[in-house]
Design a protein around this ligand. Structure first.
Ligand SMILES: *Cc1c(COP(=O)(O)O)cnc(C)c1O
Length: 431
């Protein structure tokens, strides 16, 4: 059999899958907070695209992918291939069959484009001339700049200052696509000026980025919409194109998955990959299908956090949602896995975990990068630091299958490429 299982363009999904009506524990309403900064719900209503607010509470099972968005999906190379990792299987000498969904092959080298394209599209529909967001490691900021480029829109990104300095090539790519990038905290916004007045040397955090992006859109809400790269139901909804394609590809290969594995930070690649399988998990197969999240032990929300109401951002500018959280003042150590460092996770992923559908394991940076190195040696593709956590889990479960002599079918979401993160490999693996 070929290493790659592809799909025809006609097999690209025409609808996204909405998991909300299928959750065993439905999401409770978000909690508003009202103080001198105003009502958080009203702020969101003002700064977000209307269709995205609707999608966050949608009750229908399927939501049409707008034809224009679907055409752009094709332009960026969707459907992405599902790859059988024969070399890794051979190296591990495991009877397990390992399949890898290759989201790293998209032009910005991560899955973020699946939602940035949809979000830019809906912002444009609302008459916005541009979108504004924050980014940490930068894959989201880059994905948004790409989407704005194809829709001829402005893109403004508040890029956490420390990572702006460390990831200058990703910043360059975003700027070449026409994005306007500010290292945050910046002097561009009142929020940034206040932070800098207190601490002129502040290196920034995802919190300072969110505060600046929201503050910027509040002052210009007739022209711009605010976007988020993870966490929210509409983001996971757009990402279900990953899982829907994977489902068809497995059917084509005649395989029934035993385990689905993804790394988890805000939860969007995990949700996008696994949500279309949730009805199978609940209805037909029960324990026969395991859903497995791999998180960083630098921010072990799902393994050590509490299921509680919390702001999605550390500065408290968003409404409170129920999910697993380490508390808004949790400061993760400065690891290289920028994309897995949030204190708080997706409410949908939280519900899956709390209702017992999702298992979670946490891995150290060193163990994750070692698994990444094994993957490079076998399959000759460089995983993003975040992806390495999913690879660690995949290798561990493939070795368990070997000990138990079980022919498990393990399917993993390969969230991104790590060519721009080689400095991280060098430092962690001391090469
Ligand atoms: C953003 C990102 C992640 C983490 O985000 P989730 O919302 O948890 O999926 C993981 N891997 C890569 C390559 C990313 O860009």
């Amino acid at each position: 059999m070929s290493r790659f299982i592809g799909l025809d363009l006609s097999e690209l999904p025409v609808k996204w899958f909405n998991v909300l009506p299928h959750l065993l524990e439905p999401l409770p309403p978000v909690q508003d907070v009202i103080d001198d900064k105003g009502s958080r719900l009203e702020i969101m209503r003002k700064i977000r695209a209307q269709e995205l607010l609707r999608q966050d509470r949608a009750t229908e099972d399927w939501i049409d992918i707008p034809e224009e968005v679907r055409r752009k999906y094709i332009e960026i190379g969707r459907p992405t291939p599902l790859m059988r990792a024969y070399n890794l299987e051979k190296y591990l000498d495991t009877p397990a069959r390992i399949y890898i969904k290759r989201e790293d092959l998209l032009p910005t080298a991560s899955f973020k484009l699946n939602t940035s394209i949809a979000q830019a599209y809906y912002a444009k529909q609302d008459g916005a001339r541009g979108v504004v967001s924050e980014t940490g490691a930068g894959q989201w900021g880059l994905g948004l700049a790409y989407a704005c480029n194809i829709f001829n829109m402005e893109c403004i990104v508040f890029w956490v200052k420390i990572s702006y300095q460390q990831k200058m090539f990703r910043v360059m790519f975003a700027e070449m696509l026409g994005g306007t990038i500010y290292p945050s905290p910046s002097k561009m916004t009142k929020a940034g000026q206040q932070i800098l007045a207190k601490d002129p040397d502040c290196y920034g955090s995802i919190g300072t980025g969110i505060a600046e992006a929201i503050s910027f859109v509040m002052e210009n809400s007739d022209k711009y919409k605010y976007c988020s790269g993870s966490n929210l139901p509409h983001v996971l909804l757009h990402q279900t194109v990953i899982g829907l394609e994977t489902r068809r590809q497995l059917e084509k290969a005649g395989e029934v998955p035993d385990m689905l594995i993804a790394c988890v930070g805000g939860g969007s690649n995990l949700g996008g990959f696994m949500n279309p399988f949730v009805p199978d998990k609940i209805n037909k197969r029960g324990d026969a299908l395991r859903l497995i999240g791999a998180e960083s032990d630098a921010a072990p929300r799902l393994t050590k956090g509490k299921y509680q109401y919390d702001h999605a951002d550390p500065v408290g500018l968003t409404p409170k949602v129920l999910s697993y959280s380490l508390g808004a003042d949790y400061m993760p150590p400065p690891v290289h896995v920028g994309g897995l460092r949030q204190h708080n996770g997706s409410p949908i992923v939280g519900s899956l975990r709390h209702s017992g559908l999702l298992e979670a394991y946490s891995y150290s940076q060193g163990d994750a990068f070692k698994a990444g190195k094994t993957f490079i040696e076998c399959e000759r593709v460089i995983p993003a630091p975040e992806t390495n956590h999913a690879i660690r889990a995949t290798i561990d479960f493939a070795l368990e299958a070997k000990r138990k002599r079980e022919k498990k079918v393990i399917v993993m979401c390969f969230s991104g490429n790590g060519l721009l993160d080689l400095k991280g490999y060098k430092e962690v693996l001391k090469m």
